[in-house]
Design a protein around this ligand. Sequence first.
Ligand code: F3S
Length: 395
Amino acid sequence: MYLTREEERMLAGEYGYAAQKAMEILVALGKVYGAERMIEIKSAQVSGVSYKNIGDEGLEFLLELAKDGRVRVPTTLNPCGMDLERWRELGVPEDFAEKQVKVIEAYLKLGIKATLTCTPYLAGNLPKFGEHIAWSESSAVIYANSVIGARTNREGGPSALAAAIAGRTPLYGLHLDENRIPTVEVSAPDLTREYEYAVLGYLVGRIVGDGTPLFRGLKLTSPDQLKALGAGLACAGGVALFHVEGVTPEAIRNRRMKAEEKIEVTGSELEEEAAKLNDESIEPDLIFIGCPHSSIEQITAFYSLLRERPVAKKTWIFASRAVRDQAREIGLLDKLKKLGVEIICDTCPIVAPIREMGVKSIATNSAKGAYFSRNLNKLKVKFKPLEELVEEAVR
Ligand code: F3S
């Protein structure tokens, strides 16, 4: 693999321990994937932030890097295990919080912004079309590639962090034109709700694995629908890029885009898939939206559906601080609070120690949230469209 003089010096340790470690990781990755050289990146987004996921071993690794390391490009963080301001009131155990703070401090020392969101593109880290980046949260990766047209592989936490420190990543995979063409065409019925797009993504993700689907016939109108579709695809499969005919930027630029393999998804298949994620009989301890983190439009839609009715169950909206602040500015935060709905920042119900916080069952409109709540956190799950979720909350 060709390395520039500067890259060789980093690898030799002339820029310190962290830069050397970072280059070692990147060179190893580049060799595995046959990269000819490195490419400079414009931004990084790092997952592996919750102490629940990285544990003491991850914390040690970060502390080592933070001794002399510093990121070279704007870098943001995925959600951590707790709302940094409200963890006590939300029931996060003290010993967990202590470790979590140490993790965040290490990242801050590395020069990373504690945005703590899986929607960095709604919180100041918005790449441009065609830019090379190194992101690691799967729902953000697929959004960046597909909806924005930026270029990133589906990095792991350590490789995204290495890329941030080195300011570059090996040139392979989705950084190259030839790997961004569709592998399968998907025709699907006309859908409207985000929930339906989440199910479509979840079903197609399972079918295509790590392929690149090209959707035909979808009349998506909002970025939130694309966000839900992408999160479903990335969660059920290894999909990191999709195209929607006439909608996503690369499909608009290349109208002749096509693939040999074709599949058709029907409305009844979508209903069956949704039913698999739903346990109708449960009484949820927590109702949540915001997986991926909510946009201001999603929060507004939730509020409108409440029609001034207070909630009768614990109801949380997960969002970045940037979006929460927008909600505050337009008075939405207060209005929701009066109805008993909380906006929670910095974290999400999947990476928080949710069982220790007394939650054993949830209801959500997110296919990804439903899938991981059940399979990772071992919670009982109700999976419903937004309208029904709101009715569940006020009942
Ligand atoms: Fe974001 Fe957590 Fe869902 S990181 S995509 S809210 S699992």
